[in-house]
Design a protein around this ligand. Structure first.
Ligand code: P5A
Length: 436
């Protein structure tokens, strides 16, 4: 992509109405535009990041054996009357009427729709275990939408629903999702701490929240420092149950067994929430199947959410410096940037154009700042939008030497074209995605 042709409405100044850093940086780097209170349009740069998150989430869900579907954003109230939640849900639900006067609603979540699909298609215990998920827009008329996409009214969620024959199988499915979530967040460069939680409006008796540590987090969290040392790839559900973690009022120093020197206190952003709720919805909505001995059984269910649009803000909260966003390479809108020290020097511009074309041919995600702007403006914008690896073309490029800058460490080195492409290959993780 050439920046001169890109729709990237960056702002020089901090927008006055944004309180938290991620919101400011998302507005300043032209990722989002507020359409009205708590409702945002996603501009090209923001949408690219959102798409990266979707791709990582879908990849890990597929690996965990879940099936991607897409459910409607508008639902009939009848489904919620069946489950008994229509009257309880309150003002957060956007209630609408169609032209025939029928009660409809904009989906705040999809337990009812998923259960309804399965009551048409699940007939036998043999069709389980089954776990379906989608990545789709939700609407919740939050009383206090704030911090941009962190707490929006319309937001993107990955929501999954599992169906099992027995409670044991359902709990096993739940544990599998918990582990796959930790891997998902780790691939986004985040450490997420799973914390036992209340199940609130979703209902049920087993629930975990996933929190990313950031100063602007809405909840206070308490956890054992052992979490900092564990990797999602080796962590088991038993580790999670063994290692102490708690949020807000759930933290009771008297019951906390771990020594104070191991206890960490931090602010957390809730980026995911999972629930096991047994037969709550299958019973209420009449989803039953034929069991092993011909008897009717109600599937045991769970639901699993990731706040996809919130994650964009959470990643920025956890990855920024005074110059702007510092994207983890796996979620960066473009992994590589090309900057010319002078747009008025035709030989540098020719070399930059050639380098850009070579990278495009290799399918590398690159943004080339070809604007007729001062070098300082280009360096500042490249840092603001957080491009992880920046290639600077100064006078030395006439002798085949390119400067490589690492956004996170600030480290710079001079490279030949060959060495440059070796580094590009090394840092281009597109090959990590296996086509399924
Ligand atoms: C689980 C999947 C559910 O809705 N039903 C389907 C369950 N859980 S939840 O905790 O209510 O939401 C899941 C995640 O969505 C994010 N989230 C939000 N993100 C931005 N703005 C909001 N207003 C908002 N509300 C919820 C959170 O990350 C939450 O963990």
């Amino acid at each position: 992509m050439k920046l001169s042709r890109y729709f990237l409405p960056t702002l020089r100044e901090d927008p006055a109405d944004a309180q938290v850093l991620s919101h400011k940086l998302m507005l300043r780097s032209g990722m989002i535009h507020p359409t009205c209170h708590g409702i945002y349009s996603w501009l090209p740069l923001g949408l690219k990041v959102l798409a990266k998150l979707e791709r990582i989430i879908a990849d890990e869900q597929d690996k965990a054996g879940c099936h991607r579907i897409l459910m409607p954003t508008i639902q009939p109230a009848t489904l919620w009357r069946d489950s008994g939640r229509y009257d309880d849900y309150g003002k957060e639900m956007l209630r609408i009427k169609d032209r025939h006067g029928r009660d409809m609603l904009y989906s705040p979540t999809h337990e009812e729709v998923a259960t309804d699909i399965m009551r048409q298609f699940l007939k036998s215990y043999k069709q389980m275990p089954l776990n379906v998920y989608q990545i789709g827009w939700k609407f919740r008329d939050e009383i206090r939408p704030r911090f941009g996409v962190m707490r929006g009214r319309e937001f993107l969620m990955k929501d999954g629903y599992s169906f099992d024959v027995t409670k044991d199988a359902a709990v096993a499915a739940y544990k599998k999702v918990v582990i796959s979530y930790l891997k998902t967040f780790e691939r986004m460069g985040l450490k997420a701490i799973p914390i036992r939680a209340d199940s609130g409006a979703i209902g049920g008796d087993l629930s975990h929240e996933f929190h990313v540590v950031a100063d602007t987090g809405e909840s206070e969290i308490f956890y054992d420092c052992e979490y900092d040392a564990l990797s999602a790839n080796t962590m088991s559900f038993d580790d999670i149950e063994r290692i102490y973690s708690a949020a807000d009022d759930k933290h009771d120093p008297a019951n906390c067994q771990i020594p104070t020197e191991k206890l960490r206190t931090a602010r957390g952003i809730e980026v995911g929430h999972v629930f096991y709720f047994g037969t709550k919805y299958s019973k209420a909505m009449g989803l039953s199947v034929v069991g092993r001995d011909g008897e009717a059984i109600f599937p045991e269910m769970g639901s699993y959410g990731i706040g996809v649009s919130r994650l964009v803000a959470a990643i920025i909260e956890a990855n920024h410096d005074k110059n702007g966003i510092v994207w983890p390479a796996s979620v960066a809108p473009f992994k590589f940037g090309i900057i010319t020290a002078s747009w008025q020097d035709p030989s540098i511009v020719d070399i930059a154009e050639d380098l850009y074309q070579k990278m495009i041919t290799r399918n590398v995600e690159v943004v080339y700042d070809d604007r007729e702007e001062r070098a300082g403006v280009k360096f500042a914008d490249m840092d603001l939008i957080g491009i992880p690896f920046q290639i600077v073309l100064g006078a030395k490029c006439n002798d085949g030497i390119f400067e490589w800058k690492d956004r996170r460490t600030g480290e710079r080195m001079d490279l030949t074209l060959e060495a440059l492409f070796n580094k590009v290959d090394e840092n281009d993780d597109c090959k990590n995605f296996v086509k399924r």
